[in-house]
Design a protein around this ligand. Sequence first.
Ligand code: DQA
Length: 145
Amino acid sequence: MKILFLNGPNLNLLGQREPDIYGRTTLADIEAMVRDQAAKSGIGIEFRQSNLEGELVTWIQEAKGKFEVIVLNAAGYTHTSVVLRDAIAAVGVPTIEIHLSNVYAREEFRHVSLIAPVCRGQIAGFGANSYVLAVEAAIIVNGGK
Ligand code: DQA
């Protein structure tokens, strides 16, 4: 199995960005954690970040036939992006929504996810470990393989 991890805007700033909320772990640290976890199960990983909505849409479109599962931290686009939702629905690659923070314990505008209805499930609130848990979730989504 191959998993495509996609990260949205500002996640390149992890480590320095609002550490009380997001912790001190950098995105490169998280990628290393995910690679370790995936290697244990012989899973291939591609790990990308973009601040551009259209680039994320293109990556979702290109995932078809190349990746069995997408793990998506859409960051702020979670709460605003019709186009990301439409891409997930159009492409049909099973997608898992993740967040570092517990978005439901934060501002009300973060309680709404436009992408949740087209995702297979959601993991939120476990910091960098949300990404590690997503590897396990991807295995389940892929039928235990
Ligand atoms: C986030 C939560 C979003 O509300 C926020 O805009 C982010 C990060 C998280 O991982 O907790 O940028 O997706």
